[in-house]
Design a protein around this ligand. Sequence first.
Ligand code: NAD
Length: 354
Amino acid sequence: MTQHFAYQALPSRIVFDTLSPALLAAELDRLGVARALILTTPPQEARGQEIARMLGNRGAGVFAGAVMHTPVAVTEQAVETLRRLGADGVVAFGGGSTTGLAKAIALRTDVPQLIVPTTYAGSEVTPILGETEGGVKTTRTSPAILPETVIYDVDLTLSLPPRLSATSGLNAMAHAAEALYARDGNPVTALMAEEAIAALARALPRIVAAPEDRDARSDALYGAWLSGTCLGTVGMALHHKLCHTLGGSFGLPHAETHAIVLPHAMAYNAAAAPEAMARIARALGAADPAAGLFALGRQLGIDQSLQAIGMPADGLDRAADLAVERPYWNPRPIERDAIRRLLARAWAGDAPEA
Ligand code: NAD
């Protein structure tokens, strides 16, 4: 068979290791960073301070103000702190919210980023940044946004609560699943995507049963890295469009929304993307991807209805309208009535359409 594709690898350095003063010093040396500002969220501040101690006199301070949706006002405050403390690099310790802040700072100052992820969001390996100002979200993609170095340390993920681990892991799986039918898909990304789904599907039930299972956590982190790489390499489709609409216009929580919508988006696209579905099914060890993902969500004990996470019933029509407006490319055309039915099922917590 003749292959036609383009594949653009992204220049990130990936390290799976235990965080230590020596490792941090070596990685900051590679980046040419003399003094780093540590970024984290308010709940993880104490652990941010531990990293500051590891950095010794290369630590410029801790900015523990990262929040969801990367508000520009917070970024401006962080940039001011970076300048005041004379830092020439950032170390981000946390999930997608903290990584978002690091990216926003790098975009404005060009300082190198070292990311230490503690969830499975995958943002650390993408050149994508979503920022909010005055309630409006703007998403942009640029090589200047892509973090230079990522250190994945499994021990730093053990504290991620089981429920958040499950939804964050399914959020990661969504990147891989959509990569398999991306318009600009390619065989290398497909290999990563299938491997990612298999690793996450193996790991998540074990993590929910035993959150301190290091082997399962390690498998999930590996799957999350691969999933993030898929997100950074190819375009996303209906599933991501629906989740961005529900998050952006109705304030629904990020990972939870992805976890609920994924089986329904797969059912919508099943007939239009048979090869992708065969790979997802193989990775899940299920006969049908949509039913397999729905059963996995139930096994993990996550919320399976949009209603349960705050979606108003009278918002479904507007959500369907928004999803049809300026749609992302999708293997099956975006049909308003079918999308409205999909949303109704997801809202009620019904199984995806067979
Ligand atoms: P998050 O970063 O908001 O973290 C959720 C909560 O979990 C926070 O309170 C955090 O302090 C806490 N937490 C994180 N790790 C923990 C740990 N190991 N132990 C205990 N608590 C921990 O959530 P997220 O789902 O990782 O990120 C969501 C954000 O990332 C959204 O804004 C989303 O848009 C963005 N995102 C961006 C991309 C991209 O490529 N640009 C990709 C994925 C997600």
